[in-house]
Design a protein around this ligand. Structure first.
Ligand code: SF4
Length: 372
């Protein structure tokens, strides 16, 4: 029997959570709209502990944003530019290589390569960038290109999505990030980002990547025009694909930052919504192992608190982030490994440096009690 929203209670949801019973859309809406904040946190934290104990993950990476010149010009994006705009830039393959190379000595284990939908670059440019980095530094994992970019590469090259992914994989691409999902609802996409991959295309690209043995992440951009129903439906679409492929490693909720965007009249959603969204996603996405608190957008203090709301990953040290800072993200552009370790330890968790695909490289458990 389906429970209506009015028959869902904290007890009924708790019973499901503690017995590993999948939550329904109505349960998700209850958690968002009615559930006591600390009750929600308690459930999400319990779920996090069930999945990852006292461990909290991070990696040491460097973001390479190849260009901000973009034909899509999504209304929520502060990063994209037209070619002639002030601040427009595009790295040559040599510049991208030099940019990444400069950070190799710092001990990075990941190049995180994301760009925009550039009007003139050929698909061969992206293959070139990946193979240069991979050939020079085969020990460094390359995570690159959102599903939106992959879909665009297929359009500009005349290849299928599967062929694009195969060529990039052969060049050294190891996995894909989760960006471009925004809200998986085509009415919302038609209003905010009509010039890029739709919901089905986004899901299909990830499905193809999973079929090819590549792990990917998934995101949700929230706090703009969507409803709470849209958010829960978005999570359920991800959960459905994960049931089929098992290829998503982490879910990353991203709060919309309005400054310098085409919808800057919208007020930035608050920290309570950020924490609630992290907790709800931890409980709804029972088949996605990790929930990542993307500190660049959340701020470090909220990311730290989110560890008690179900998050188990603080993303990377990043070095220099450009996309969110175009919207004046009120955070550092990167932090040191020791800062990251310190933040996690001070929250009472065990910092674990991981590689991109969640192999643990170092556990910093000195001085941390395992039982929290
Ligand atoms: S969100 Fe991505 S696709 Fe949209 S305008 Fe920005 S860079 Fe381009």
């Amino acid at each position: 029997m389906n429970m209506s929203a009015s028959t869902v209670s904290a007890d009924s949801v708790k019973e499901k959570v503690f017995n590993n019973i999948r939550l329904t859309k109505e349960d998700g809406l209850f958690l968002y709209k009615e559930c006591d904040f600390l009750d929600l946190a308690g459930m999400a934290k319990a779920k996090k502990r069930q999945l990852s104990g006292a461990e909290v993950y991070f990696n040491v990476n460097c973001h390479i944003n190849l260009s901000n010149v973009c034909v899509s010009r999504c209304k929520f994006c502060a990063f994209g530019r037209n070619k002639e705009d002030e601040g427009a830039y595009s790295m040559s393959p040599e510049e991208a290589f030099d940019y990444g190379s400069a950070y190799v000595e710092t001990g990075i284990t990941e190049f995180h390569v994301v760009s925009a939908m550039h009007p003139d670059r050929q698909f061969s440019y992206y293959v070139d960038v990946i193979s240069r980095l991979h050939n020079a530094y085969p020990h460094i994992h390359i995570q690159g290109f959102t599903a939106v970019e992959i879909y665009y590469f297929a359009q500009i090259s005349g290849l299928s999505v599967r062929q694009v992914l195969t060529e990039l994989k052969n060049a050294g691409l190891g996995s894909m990030p989760g960006g471009g999902a925004e809200i998986l609802n085509d009415d919302i996409r038609a209003g905010l980002c009509p010039n890029k991959a739709g919901s089905r295309e986004w899901l299909d690209v990830h499905s193809s990547a999973h079929e090819l043995g590549m792990k990917t992440n998934c995101t949700m951009l929230y706090g703009h025009v969507e409803t709470l129903e849209n958010r829960i439906e978005h999570m359920m679409l991800l959960r459905e694909l994960q049931d089929q492929t098992g290829g998503f490693q982490a879910f990353i909720p991203l709060p919309f930052l309005p400054e310098n965007t085409g919808i800057s009249h919208i007020t930035r959603t608050g920290s309570l919504d950020d924490l609630r969204t992290i907790a709800v996603s931890r409980l709804m996405l029972d088949n996605i192992r990790h929930i990542k608190a993307f500190w660049i957008m959340l701020t470090l203090p909220i990311a730290q608190i989110s560890l008690d709301f179900g998050a188990d990953d603080l993303d990377g040290t990043i070095v220099e982030e450009r996309i969110m800072h175009a919207a004046n993200a009120n955070t550092e552009k990167g932090i040191s490994k020791s800062h990251m370790v310190d933040l996690i330890k001070k929250s009472g968790y065990i910092p674990c440096e991981r590689d991109t695909v969640y192999n643990i490289l170092h556990r910093y458990n000195e001085g941390v009690t395992e039982e929290i």
